[in-house]
Design a protein around this ligand. Structure first.
Ligand SMILES: Nc1ncnc2c1ncn2[C@@H]1O[C@H](COP(=O)(O)OP(=O)(O)OP(=O)(O)O)[C@@H](O)[C@H]1O
Ligand SMILES: [Mg+2]
Length: 262
């Protein structure tokens, strides 16, 4: 794989479910190794954009390239891991252990996880280790906290060795106290394993010192750039972008920016 080539390239993308566009004129490139946060109000098209990148929705107008390949021709699905916005509403009565849930991430490859090779099992252990859940490996998933369950789904997405991990609001159900360590875990996946991360979040304040890039979406891409450029944008453009939601973007490290709440 050519690591100089952007992982995702989006050109002139528009999308509509019905008459009205929910995405317009999107141009975005995600470099290999980036940790990109996509922020935007409810209904701004964030999940729609992810579904297009994942090939769950078909491109209508414009172009998406993944790993240099047009999305319509892209076959190597295992290179992309996904944790959906609804993963946290998982039925907690489901009788499966952490090990079994994570192993089920391999079933596309091996059919039934009963027949895992020792190499596959090793991958399952490593994925569980990388989200910090080794001591819960045999626990029923229903007996974990919401934040721990979310980590199980990340491990499940990691088990097939993705180069890109896409997460749609993974901290819903993670309390304020644990959000920080949750993002530290993501930062480790990005830095230590070199996995490119695409994260939809409302916690931009908490995360702005962890991500490498930020994209602000509200049908249009109002901003995208690296963290430094985002600081500048925060000082100048953000209140127009978020309106009353501007508080979401303030951060303990950015108290001197509170003047942006014009
Ligand atoms: N299947 C669908 N059919 C019709 N309209 C849809 C469908 N899915 C989403 N929409 C509409 O598209 C727009 C963008 O939705 P999307 O789910 O992408 O927003 P979002 O930014 O992820 O919002 P949230 O922060 O609430 O998750 C919304 O107006 C939504 O109502
Ligand atoms: Mg969404």
């Amino acid at each position: 794989m050519n690591t100089d080539q952007p992982i995702i390239q989006i050109h002139d993308l528009y999308y509509r479910y019905e008459k009205e566009n929910v995405l317009e004129d999107i141009n975005l490139s995600i470099p290999s190794g980036a940790f990109l946060a996509v922020v935007g109000p409810n209904g701004s098209g964030k999940s729609t954009l992810l579904k297009l990148i994942l090939g769950l929705l078909k491109v209508q107008t414009g172009e998406i390239k993944v790993f240099g390949e047009d999305i319509n021709r892209f076959k190597e699905r295992h290179l992309i891991g996904f944790v959906s916005q609804k993963a946290n509403s998982f039925n907690t009565g489901f009788p499966a252990t952490v090990y079994e849930v994570v192993a089920s991430g391999l079933t596309k490859k091996v059919g039934l996880f009963k027949f895992l090779t020792s190499g596959d099992k090793q991958k399952v252990f490593e994925a569980i280790e990388s989200v910090g859940l080794t001591k819960f490996i045999n626990r029923n998933i229903g007996d974990l906290s919401g934040g721990q369950q979310q980590r199980v789904f990340i491990a499940r997405a990691l088990v097939s060795d993705p180069r890109l991990l896409i997460l749609d609001e993974p901290t819903v159900g993670v309390d304020a106290q644990h959000v920080q360590s949750f993002y530290e875990m993501l930062e480790q996946l990005n830095k230590d394993l070199g996995i490119t991360l695409l994260l939809v979040t409302h916690d931009i304040g908490t995360i702005s010192n962890k991500v490498t890039h930020v994209a602000c979406l509200n049908k249009h891409l109002y901003f995208h750039g690296n963290s430094h450029e985002f600081e500048h944008f925060q000082e100048h453009g953000v209140s127009e972008f978020y309106g009353y939601d501007v508080n979401l973007l303030t951060h303990e490290h950015h108290h001197h920016h509170e003047g942006v709440k014009r």
